[in-house]
Design a protein around this ligand. Structure first.
Ligand code: SF4
Length: 605
């Protein structure tokens, strides 16, 4: 039997009023959960052009209909809001147990509005929910905050909180739960602007969500039949580093070249020597989290649940650094203080390049010499960003704003889309990825719609030549739609492959009772609805085709020293955009057409 909660908890921090509200059946059916419900409520309830860091912005923490069940890797959660980094919609996915705890509290999501004058946190315990003072928690790092909340509300409670990065409004602050972070787009910054330190959920009165036994068992069998789960368990995502370089897609020195000498020091076997154990999210057999500890040298004793590939890239190849210990140290700094490792590392790589080109000098860098390969200034810059001092204050604004402050052509070296920093893949080596970055409604993101057809040779719906400069719009649209649907789940990206699409439909159908989800066309339609409403949100904020672009470097500079991808660049973004807009039913300006809105049941927009 399906077990939908169909309820949200509304928290008004301006008045400390809390209320449980039903979610209409037709809304659940159209938007399912997670990211779908997130964009539906944000579109309906946010006035256009509100200040992302003002009380009129809203922050949603959402679970999916599979959370708290035995379905594998489907209990993640998603934070959604208007981004202070891009000015458009953002979503950031988090892990551990918090998604299951939202669901086990009888909720689909928590909607936070208004703002408090003083630091507070929200405590949910069964049917009761309260806004409580958090003066004693304000200023604490994420680990201490979660420890104190557990002492106060029981070891069975789970929380999502911000660190000092969010309190000080670093524009890419994160929300952390059990050391897993919802990282991108400044979701933690919005939480900090509301003076909300955390949300804690006790488990005392929860009822277990019914188990989807037979279909979940088949899911386990499918996962066990593949190699990826075992590799993820052993290495986490550290195994991606050498392969990304072999493909010519490893960005080195702020995307200037595609090869780093000594990369083996950052390879999976190198991190395996530091490994101390595994951890994972609720109801996930893979447990891809790898715990690392430094046993000697300057960082002896530093321990971290990570780093994952993105962080290794951000603090490694991106500044030509091959010291694994320093990367672990940078990551733990970011995690404790609650800032996004991708945006922080990208911003620091940007500063290194500006120093190389003489746009920044020691006068602007707090006397730091930003020499490629030297990790010491990198660690100092991470600290300056966290403390919002000197150059760190500017880099904490993200590369787009920093470039406009620095001037002198700095924008040419700012690697972002719509203000969100690039992750650790150079999309000149895979043009569908490039198109997906450009059209992503949340800015540059490798998670808004990965393209396994060109990255891993996936033949479904059709294979792609990654260097081809056209005929990719339909596949990018397909992958973005599938991702949007999966994140209604909130199902982990690590387990999603095309062979799982029918199984994914079955899981969702069983959990919701919506039999139509057994039909892949319905899955695509819901994904398209979510994507299109996110686009409509951004259009309302003033976004258009002009924002669906890539940095000048991607469009004009051929990749250098990048193995098979050497010489590649995105030479005809306009053609790719036209293909994508046509596949999505948008105008040539990237705006959804009225017939598209009608088809998706969004006609009144
Ligand atoms: S694969 Fe990793 S990130 Fe995904 S649900 Fe499992 S433990 Fe969490």
């Amino acid at each position: 039997m399906p077990d939908r909660t169909g309820r949200l908890l509304r928290v008004d921090l301006s008045s400390s009023r809390l209320s449980r509200e039903p979610i209409p059946d037709n809304v659940l059916r159209q938007f399912i959960g997670g990211r779908g419900l997130g964009i539906k409520y944000l579109f309906d309830e946010l006035r256009p052009r509100v200040d992302p860091l003002g009380p009129d912005n809203k922050l949603l923490l959402l679970s999916g209909p599979l959370a708290g069940t035995s379905a594998q890797s489907c209990s993640r959660w998603v934070a959604m809001t208007k981004s202070p980094l891009t000015g458009g919609i953002t979503r950031a996915v988090g892990g551990a147990d918090f998604g299951a705890w939202i669901r086990l509290a009888g909720l689909d999501f928590i909607l936070v509005e208004g703002s408090s004058e003083t630091p507070v946190y929200v405590h949910i315990d069964g049917d009761s929910a309260k806004v409580l003072p958090a003066d004693d928690l304000w200023g604490l790092d994420t680990v201490k905050t979660e420890q104190l909340l557990k002492q106060r509300h029981g070891s069975d409670s789970r929380s999502a909180c911000i660190g000092p990065g969010g309190e000080r409004l670093v524009r890419y602050a994160t929300i952390t739960s059990s050391r897993r972070t919802a990282s991108r787009g400044g979701v933690g910054t919005v939480m900090g602007s509301k003076k909300l330190k955390g949300v804690v959920i006790s488990r005392s009165h929860h009822t277990q969500v019914p188990v989807l036994k037979s279909v979940a068992k088949r899911q386990v069998e499918v996962l066990q039949s593949g190699r990826t789960p075992a590799i993820l368990n052993k290495y986490g995502t550290t195994f991606l580093t050498p392969g990304t370089q072999e493909m010519g897609m490893l960005p080195v020195r702020n995307f200037q070249v595609g090869r780093l000498e000594g990369l083996e020091k950052l390879g999976p076997e190198a991190f395996l020597t530091l490994k101390k154990g595994n951890f994972g999210c609720y109801s996930c057999m893979i447990k891809c989290g790898n715990i690392h500890e430094i046993s000697e040298g300057a960082f002896k004793g530093v321990r971290s649940e990570g780093p994952e590939y993105e962080t290794i890239w951000a603090f490694g190849p991106n500044i030509a650094n091959t010291d694994a210990s320093s990367i672990v140290a940078a990551e733990i700094q970011c995690d404790l203080f609650g800032i996004d490792t991708i945006s922080a590392g990208n911003s620091i790589g940007f500063a290194y390049e500006l120093y190389q080109r003489g746009i920044l000098t020691r006068k602007e860098t707090n006397s730091l010499e930003l020499i490629w390969g030297d990790y010491r200034p990198m660690l100092q810059l991470v600290q300056l960003i966290i403390e919002q001092r000197g150059l760190g204050r500017i880099l904490g604004e993200g590369v787009r704003r920093a470039a406009s402050i620095f001037g002198q052509g700095a924008d040419d070296y700012a690697m972002h889309v719509k203000g969100q920093e690039f992750p650790g893949y150079d999309p000149r080596g895979a043009k569908a990825e490039a198109l997906s970055y450009a059209t992503s409604n949340i800015g540059a993101s490798h998670m808004y719609g990965r393209n396994p057809q060109e990255l891993h040779g996936d033949p479904y719906p059709r294979p792609l030549d990654r260097f081809a400069d056209e005929n990719k719009g339909d596949i990018v649209a397909f992958n973005q739609k599938m991702t949007a649907f999966r994140e209604c789940g909130v199902m982990c990206a690590m387990i999603f492959r095309s062979v799982l699409i029918p199984l994914m439909g079955e899981l969702f159908a069983k959990a919701t009772g919506y039999e139509e989800l057994l039909d892949q066309r319905q899955i695509e339609l819901i994904g398209e609805r979510v994507l299109t409403l996110e686009r409509a949100f951004n259009v309302r904020e003033g976004f258009s085709r002009d924002d669906d672009t890539l940095p000048k470097r991607m469009r004009t500079e051929p990749l250098q020293d990048a193995g098979p991808a050497t010489g590649q660049y995105v030479r005809n973004l306009d053609t790719l955009l036209d293909e994508y807009y046509q596949a999505m039913g948008y105008s040539s300006r990237g705006i959804p057409l009225s017939e598209t809105l009608s088809k998706l049941g969004l006609g009144r927009l």
